[in-house]
Design a protein around this ligand. Structure first.
Ligand code: DGJ
Length: 554
């Protein structure tokens, strides 16, 4: 067991002193702010687009291990690192906290001018309880576990135990109190992920906890808070939940099976509620200490519906959004980890009913490259942020296209932030084997076709493009390899022509034109070609942004 070391005490004082003496920023804590239909993360008074890289689970437990890796993260053009904080590491003995490792990570993130999002690996991580301290794991009477059919306990803390919940909440509040002590003047730490991909494990397959506490709760009445929420929000419930409730008669009281019907979807709604109630109390304790924005992350399984075997029962999937909102109202965002190929569908599903899009984990798995995911998340869905999982792993970086896309969004960030939430920006994904895709932005419709690099092999990956209308006939755009034609939206002359086209870059929000494009570079004026230059071929400046005007004629 590692006692609180003298070093950590001195380091805490040093960090607190640094936080108060030099480089202090505004007193405004990082927070979320609605802007039209978008929600923005505000850091030091400005909208912040998180271009993230999540460390592998255990990397953040050792500042020494991380020391040689920080330069890679800077080279990848990430602006935020997502790092796990282990309950076992910060509270090795009950009530005794040690933040030495965390202080080292905060210190080194600052040295590399990077922000942090901390991932609270507390009661559950990927469904299992591998992060609670030994004094919790060993005392299975005081800290009960989930039981499966037949009464066997598994290594998953039960959501029905107040002792489990209160121990987690105390540790989480201590963590947030420490973050406030060392960072409230610097805002290195921007947000907190609470637990990680929670929900019952998909193996052994159970849809609900069958411990004695759980059996009693499941046989009992649906809590009044949830029934009140359903009635107060019945017109805006996600359709999947409303369908289940209505199919059972839209009852306003009763047991879980009376209100939602018999079967595994009801068991999953029960687990969703109990996970949400538990996490809701953990979040309340953390927010009382330091109210940073807090989010959950669900591991999405493709379109498995509630009750289908592959899902971790109770995880905050889109169809359980309302259950999570009712049970854990202080959770600011229901985020998603998305590795599967249904990237576009899940982005849309998670942005329902006002939930902002935040993707703490993804990778450039076919058929969506990281570059396409980045452009689409910010351009089409006003994302708060997106993050590459395992960014410090050799296979992940350097990735010239990831660097190019992070560099591109960094350049566009002030423009994107200005145009989020008001309908003047959008993006599109195009299947190279499919038809062109149309998207309306401002007064024109863009018809976007995937375009292979001249002389290059056809790409299997979807192409992506982002368009921002800055005037009735004026746009900025960027893409991963597309050809774009235009047509007018509103009434008037029915043809659209391409006016002036500039390639260039943004230097701290100021446009710097370079080549003026025409002729071969604009299909003799018939179409734009948008393609970013991989960072290993051209300086970031040439990330492929184009500034152009259109006109109408008949
Ligand atoms: C999703 C989890 O959230 C991560 O912590 C990690 O386990 C990845 N899966 C796999 O690397």
């Amino acid at each position: 067991m590692k006692p609180q070391s003298l070093l950590s005490g001195a380091l805490v004082c040093f960090l607190a002193l640094v936080a108060t003496q030099c480089g202090t920023t505004s007193g405004e804590i990082p927070h979320l702010l609605k802007r039209g239909t978008a929600t923005q993360l505000i850091v030091d008074g400005k909208p912040f687009l998180m271009l993230g890289g999540e460390l592998s689970n255990s990397s953040g437990t050792s500042p020494e291990y991380m020391k040689p890796l920080w330069p890679k993260l800077v080279d990848a053009k990430a602006n935020t690192i997502l790092a796990g904080v282990s309950w076992n590491q910060i509270e090795p003995q009950e009530g005794k906290f040690d933040f030495t490792a965390l202080d080292g990570i905060v210190h080194d993130a600052r040295l590399h001018n990077l922000h942090l999002v901390l991932l609270w690996f507390g009661s559950w991580k990927n469904s299992w309880s591998s992060y609670p301290p030994d004094w919790v794991k060993k005392d299975y009477e005081r800290f009960p576990r989930v039981q499966i059919t037949g009464g066997k306990s598994i290594e998953v803390l039960s959501t029905l135990s107040d002792a489990n919940r209160d121990a987690d909440a105390r540790a989480f509040a201590a963590l947030l109190g420490h973050v406030k002590a060392v960072d409230s003047g610097r805002h290195t730490v921007l947000m907190i992920q609470v637990e990680n991909e929670i929900g019952l494990p998909s193996e052994p397959k159970e849809f609900r906890d069958r411990s004695p506490l759980a059996e009693k709760a499941y046989a009992g009445p649906v809590p009044k808070e949830l029934m009140d929420y359903l009635q107060q929000h019945k017109d805006t419930l996600v359709p999947e939940l409303r369908t289940v409730w209505e199919a059972a008669g839209s009852k306003t009281s009763g047991t879980w099976e009376e209100v939602f019907g018999k079967g595994t979807p009801t068991e999953e709604i029960f687990m969703g509620w109990n996970y949400a109630r538990y996490v809701g109390r953990v979040v309340e304790a953390g927010k009382a200490a330091y109210p940073l924005p807090m989010f959950m992350n669900a591991y999405t399984y493709g379109f498995a519906k509630a009750g289908e075997a592959i899902r971790n029962s109770g995880t905050p999937m889109p169809d359980l959004m309302d259950v999570w909102r009712a049970g854990a109202p202080r959770v600011d965002v229901l985020a998603l980890d998305i590795y599967g190929s249904d990237f576009a569908s899940f982005c849309a599903d998670y942005q329902r009913s006002g939930n902002p899009l935040l993707i703490p984990e993804t990778r450039g798995l076919a058929p969506y490259s990281m570059e396409a995911r980045v452009l689409y998340a910010f351009g089409r869905h006003d994302a708060i942020g997106i993050s590459l999982m395992g960014i410090e792993r050799p296979a992940a970086t350097p990735d010239p296209l990831l660097t190019a896309s992070f560099g591109l969004i960094s350049q566009l960030a002030p423009l994107i932030a200005k145009h989020q939430g008001d309908g003047s920006m959008s993006a599109v994904l195009v299947d190279p084997k499919g038809p062109p895709q149309k998207v309306q932005v401002g007064n024109y419709t863009m018809e976007v076709a995937a375009q292979t690099r001249r002389g290059g092999p056809p790409s299997e990956d979807f192409a992506a493009a982002i368009f921002i209308a800055v005037g009735p006939d004026e746009y900025y755009a960027a893409g991963t390899g597309v050809s774009v034609k235009f047509s007018p939206n509103a009434s008037g002359p029915e043809s659209a022509g391409i006016g002036t086209v500039e390639e260039g870059w943004f230097d701290n929000g100021t446009w710097v034109p370079s080549r003026q494009l025409a002729g071969d570079e604009t299909g003799q004026g018939q179409n734009l070609s948008l393609r970013s230059h991989p960072a290993d071929r051209m300086p970031d400046r040439f990330a492929g942004i184009q500034h152009f005007t259109l006109y109408r004629y008949r």
